[in-house]
Design a binder for this molecule. Structure first.
Ligand code: AMP
Ligand code: FE
Ligand code: FE
Ligand code: ZN
Length: 280
């Protein structure tokens, strides 16, 4: 069993990279990819921790991409990127765009009468990418809402009063940067695109033309039927399957590393196939 999608304190998870590796070992996982948002700063620590306890740790991250009107959220998982170079510069720029957007969200919240500052948000963060989950946590701690989900539903989700866009890469640019860094790419949680079957098929086909390598089929929050549909979709487009829990620690309390809600089991061979697809 392996897990190719989870988050540490270097973005919006609540376990450190080392703690995640320890959890992976305790869960009997053979390999782990930590996919923090817009950063590779978790890689060194986790690879070292993995070597110490005998868990294979794959360098990885998760990038947010632009989508056309009418399409929901697109995240791209990037596996085996070499550190340094154009990809890391792009990640640096993305984090800058996030910081600006986070400030604007806090200002917007203050305009609507919520007493919150950037200092409140930064108290919730680890040592990397800052995002909406940290703002949500600050709202919980200040007593404005009872849960992270309620903070998103009330203010932070797309369409809510304090939602603001941030800088993103186009899917084509993201895939190209990843390939140039020696990495392979997988379309994360395809359901978040919010497309019907035909539209999703067309959207994925266009990504395949851009060079997409894989599709995240075994995703912890999807039903067996949904997972099977995504496997069929991957098969039709010659995409490899990937899978993972999207474990975020306390930010997504229903999910456990490796097993998700208890019914996740991503086969080891999927990682070998992914690695074999690395550009050279
Ligand atoms: P950001 O990257 O800062 O825009 O924040 C996006 C992150 O917020 C995602 O990676 C999820 O972890 C989390 N998220 C998005 N929507 C929700 C939601 N409705 N409830 C809880 N967490 C969410
Ligand atoms: Fe996240
Ligand atoms: Fe994601
Ligand atoms: Zn994720």
């Amino acid at each position: 069993m392996i897990d190719l999608h989870c988050h540490s304190t270097v973005s919006d998870g609540t376990d450190s990279p080392t703690a995640l590796v320890d959890l992976a070992r305790a869960a009997g996982l053979h390999a782990l990819a930590i996919t923090d948002h817009d950063t590779l700063d978790h890689v060194d620590e986790s690879v070292r921790a993995g070597a110490a306890v005998g868990v294979r740790v794959v360098p990885a991250c998760e990038l947010s991409c632009t989508t056309p009107p009418g399409v929901g959220t697109m995240h791209l998982l990037v596996y085996f990127p070499a550190a340094q170079g154009a990809l890391e510069d792009a990640l640096f720029a993305l984090r800058g765009g996030r910081d600006e957007r986070n400030m604007q969200i806090v200002e917007r919240l203050r305009e609507t009468g919520v007493d919150i500052t950037m200092a409140d948000v930064l108290r919730e963060t680890g040592d990397g990418t800052v995002g909406r989950p940290h703002i949500a946590a600050a709202l919980v701690h200040k007593g404005y809402v009872d849960s992270i989900d309620e903070a998103f539903d009330t203010w932070l989700a797309r369409g809510r009063p304090a939602y603001l866009e941030r800088t993103r890469l186009s899917p084509g640019d993201a895939i190209r940067l990843a390939h140039d860094a020696g990495a392979v790419t997988s379309l994360a949680h395809p359901g978040s695109l919010d497309l019907d079957d035909d539209a999703l098929d067309g959207f994925v086909g266009a990504l395949v033309d851009d060079g997409l390598d894989a599709l995240e089929c075994e995703y912890a929050r999807y039903t067996r039927e949904e997972r099977d549909e995504y496997r069929a979709l991957a098969g039709r487009h010659g995409l490899l399957p990937t899978g993972g829990s999207d474990y975020h620690g306390a930010y997504k309390p229903d999910l456990r590393l490796g097993v998700g809600r208890g019914d996740l089991d991503v086969p080891d061979e999927w990682l070998d196939a992914l690695e074999a697809r690395r550009p050279r």
